[in-house]
Design a protein around this ligand. Structure first.
Ligand SMILES: *Cc1c(COP(=O)(O)O)cnc(C)c1O
Length: 402
């Protein structure tokens, strides 16, 4: 299906709402019927016929069609957050006594879902280094029902070989689910590679404007129906009609935004790769990335989120660099129009902040839609301030002179 058709027309039955070009926000909780017989017919298909907004809202229904088509899936559900989507997708495939295998560093709340929540309900989990396919194979048990993937993750960007893992899982009758937020459906199509369920934090690239929190799940008609009838309706984490409108508005420009971000990120990478204050860069399309070949194989292009290790001696130096940025806003999240910076050591106020699992000097930046030179100028002045500061040690100066 043509991308332009999906984003501009699919699902939009304009004659049903006075030929409005932009669909109305159906801000209603419920829908009325002319007869009991009509009511009876509608409740039989609560997922697709407006009856009560938790099950079906016309604004949200348009989105479901567009999101499914973008992922190449048969159907999709739209939810109130990426975490709601992750939870519904993962819980739906499991029961007490089952075992799941997860990639070792999933998004923090996905990790908590598995370790704090599912554990209470008797689901056992094994976390594996996802860069090697055999790690998944070796972790399989007779009761393994689900493999949870996130390729790449959103801090250090390790990838998993999706085609290899999905064929391994299919052979053993194990369901696969992936968090595809980083790539967006434009840069990676997991369903084409055999993955069963795909979810997104639509808060990030899909909505793209840092003004709505939302999530989506994509999969086969059968799986989506099953999730709808259970986790979706019982947990009830639905998107509001208003946020559905914002998500749809964001989608209109998804290809333009992703193209802009991809072009900009290569310029920023090039700048950082030459920068003497940078110890290590993390980005799937960076020249030094160990899985660059796999990125080229299964991802179409680069997204705008990357990390680097600052050649710093201590937390104060990282703080100084980040505090010196003017254009990059100091904030969590990513995927919006604006560039952001987030230092990992901002999460830890203890004295032993260097003992973290992640490098303490790791700084994540989100490249937004600004002119890349405008962003480079800001990085440049912040690096200069940091280098000239009293914190900047002699040891650093010496090692940099080579
Ligand atoms: C933000 C994020 C989530 C959670 O999404 P919310 O919309 O914030 O609930 C899940 N996965 C990844 C990779 C994320 O970045």
């Amino acid at each position: 299906m043509d991308l332009s058709y999906i984003l501009n027309h699919l699902g939009e039955e304009r004659a049903n709402y006075l030929n409005a070009v932009s669909p109305p926000i159906f801000q209603t909780s419920n829908f009325t019927f002319n007869s009991v017989s009509d009511l009876r017919t509608s409740i039989k298909d609560e997922m697709n016929i407006p009856f009560y907004t938790r099950g079906c809202n016309p604004t949200v229904s348009i989105l479901r069609k567009k999101i499914a088509a973008l992922e190449g899936a048969e159907d999709a559900l739209v939810m109130s957050s990426g975490s709601a989507a992750a939870s519904a997708a993962i819980i739906s495939q499991l029961a007490a006594g089952d075992h799941l295998i997860s990639v070792s560093k999933p998004y923090s709340w996905t990790f908590k879902l598995i370790t704090l929540f599912l554990d209470r309900f008797g689901v056992e989990a094994t976390f594996v280094d996802g860069t090697k396919v055999e790690n998944f194979e070796n972790a399989i048990k007779p009761n393994t029902k689900l493999i949870v993937l996130e390729s790449p993750n959103s801090l250090t960007f390790e990838l998993q070989d999706l085609a290899a893992i999905s064929s391994l899982a299919k052979f053993r009758n194990i369901t696969t689910v992936i968090d595809n937020s980083y790539c967006s459906p434009l840069n990676q199509k997991p369903i084409e590679l055999g993955i069963d369920l795909v979810f997104h934090s639509a808060t990030k690239y899909l909505a793209g404007h840092s003004d709505a929190v939302c999530g989506v799940i994509c999969g086969s008609t059968e799986k989506i129906k099953q999730i709808f009838a259970s986790e979706f309706m019982t947990l009830g984490a639905i998107i509001s009609p208003n946020d559905a409108f914002l998500l749809m508005r964001g989608l209109r420009t998804l290809p333009l935004r992703m193209e802009r971000v991809s072009k900009s990120v290569f310029k920023i990478l090039h700048y950082l790769e030459k920068n003497e204050n940078v110890a290590k860069i993390y980005h799937p399309f960076s020249e030094s990335f160990p899985q660059l070949a796999l990125a080229n194989k299964q991802m179409k292009s680069a997204s705008g989120l990357l990390s680097f290790e600052l050649k710093a001696e201590n937390r104060e130096e990282v703080d100084l660099f980040c505090d010196s940025l003017n254009t990059f806003l100091l904030a969590c999240s990513w995927g919006g129009h604006e560039s952001l910076v987030f230092p990992i050591c901002g999460l830890d106020d203890s004295a032993n902040y260097k003992d973290n699992e992640l490098p303490w000097n790791l700084i994540r930046i989100n490249i937004g839609l600004e002119d890349p030179q405008y962003l480079i100028d800001d990085l440049d002045q912040a690096f200069k301030k940091y280098r000239n500061s009293e914190y900047f040690s002699t040891a650093n100066h010496l090692s940099d002179s080579h």
